[in-house]
Design a protein around this ligand. Structure first.
Ligand code: CO
Length: 460
């Protein structure tokens, strides 16, 4: 009988997709022990946007959060999401910083690192994968899934073969916008499973309503692990429900280690938290609905909320539909990058800029210029040559591996992080989010002066 395992995403992706990653540690701490006993393959609990929000909004040290989770979750694998050479930031970092970050993540408790690159440029995965394996953690390498005239099943299978050759321990197909259809999932998973013996995870979102069908077909085709979320934080821009899929897949004869009674207990625990976020307005019921338009625009959840706040800030919400229609055009001009952090951010911002200013590419953002210069890697398709000459003048794009021309960053980071940085972990926080980390370090001094375990006593 086929075995299916579950990765629970409530602490990371669902948190990020539905409530802007605003779930503080003290709110979920009481359920960690139950989560550890439930029989999940892993708990996705760190990385992605959690790192940034801990420092920026929650007055939490992300490293301390990880150590706290690890102290309670003794048996289940802890998983994080890492943006390859972007680490958890929005630009490329030098190799010594990437390697130190990976080494410290494992040392603080991470077992599985899901590593991806927005452009699927394998040169941007290499350092992180090598270092993850060297530290004896699981390097689950993800391909960012998108559909476009330059993306095909054959290309994805070839890419995944190369990922296996580069030393990945596990594979993941990452459908961040929820655009993968059941038939695409079935064909791709089957093709990958016939080429590779590695365990395969399918990651998708409910945004377009396809997720349950897509996951079912993926399991039928041999997917080993699926990403799901407790039902009260499932749906919409989040993952499909753990509890529902467990019920359906068990009935279909799949074997799994996940216990239904524990999964129910965890869901019950999160129900009042979900209600609280709805009441405060942070969880907008709109993001929990189904949006088939996303099949055309391919906009992941986080990008949508960024676009809305960008348009609101210049009083241009009435241009929202025009901006949505401009996104696929900008994407075509840029050679069809998958829309995932950081490309989702700068494609969206450029599309908004093009509409608001009334002239396409009147202003070209620093990030789009960087992309055209080759600072993020090689675009999947052909970039509009007019746009290149407009953005770069006569300058030729860089075609090498961008991190190769970056100066090492750890020593300089140590010098600049200042006296309040207490550890290598603090230096890493500083290198990735300099000002935000410095503000947090100062706040931490205050918090420690005033209260005992602040993450337990503190009120919002
Ligand atoms: Co996701």
């Amino acid at each position: 009988m086929q075995k299916v395992q579950f990765t629970e995403t409530v602490l990371r992706d669902a948190n990020q997709s539905l409530i802007a990653t605003r779930l503080p540690y003290y709110k979920f701490a009481p359920i960690l022990e139950t989560m550890d006993d439930a029989g999940y393959y892993s708990l996705e609990c760190w990385g992605g946007a959690t790192f940034d929000t801990c420092l920026r909004y929650l007055d939490e040290d992300p490293w301390e959060r990880l150590r706290n989770i690890r102290a309670t979750v003794k048996n289940t694998r802890l998983q994080m999401l890492l943006r390859g050479q972007n680490i958890l930031g929005y630009k490329h970092y030098p190799d010594d910083v990437v390697k130190t970050f990976v080494e410290r993540s494992v040392a603080n408790g991470i077992d599985v690192i899901r590593i991806f690159d927005a452009l699927n440029d394998l040169r941007n995965l290499d350092s992180a994968v090598t270092e993850t394996v060297r530290n004896k953690a699981v390097a689950q390498v993800a391909v960012a899934y998108t559909t476009s005239p330059v993306h095909s099943l054959e290309n994805y299978v070839r890419l995944i073969k190369r990922i296996e050759e580069m030393g990945a321990t596990e594979l993941c197909i990452k459908d961040m916008a929820g655009v993968m259809s059941p038939s695409e999932a079935y064909n791709l998973v089957r093709a990958v499973k016939s080429e590779s013996k590695l365990r395969l995870n399918l990651h998708t979102h409910c945004t377009t309503g396809l997720a349950y069908m897509t996951l079912l077909k993926a399991v039928e085709a041999g997917a080993d692990i699926i990403d799901t979320c407790v039902s009260c934080f499932s749906g919409g821009t989040s993952q499909a429900s753990t509890n529902t899929l467990l019920y359906a897949l068990t009935q279909l004869g799949c074997e799994t280690d996940l216990k239904a009674d524990k999964a129910k207990e965890i869901n019950d625990f999160f129900k009042p938290i979900q209600a609280e976020y709805i009441a405060s307005g942070l969880l907008d019921p709109k993001v929990m609905g189904t949006d088939a338009d996303a099949l055309v625009y391919q906009i992941p959840g986080g990008m949508l909320s960024n676009l809305v706040s960008q348009l609101k800030s210049v009083n241009a919400m009435d241009r929202f539909d025009e901006v949505l229609a401009e996104v696929p055009r900008v994407r075509r001009d840029l050679g069809y990058p998958p829309l995932v952090t950081p490309s989702s951010q700068f494609v969206g911002a450029q599309a908004a800029q093009n509409v608001i200013s009334g002239e396409r590419y009147k202003q070209i953002s620093k990030e789009v210029k960087g992309y055209l210069k080759g600072e993020y890697g090689t675009p999947p398709g052909i970039v509009n040559p007019e746009l290149i000459s407009k953005a770069l003048g006569g300058e030729l794009p860089f075609t090498g591996r961008f991190a190769d021309i970056l100066e090492p960053g750890m020593e300089r980071g140590k010098l600049n992080a200042g006296p309040l940085a207490r550890s290598v972990e603090d230096v890493l926080s500083y290198i990735i989010f300099p000002q935000i980390a410095l503000d947090y370090f100062a706040k931490r001094e205050e918090i420690e002066k005033n209260v005992v375990p602040y993450n337990i006593t503190r009120k919002e």
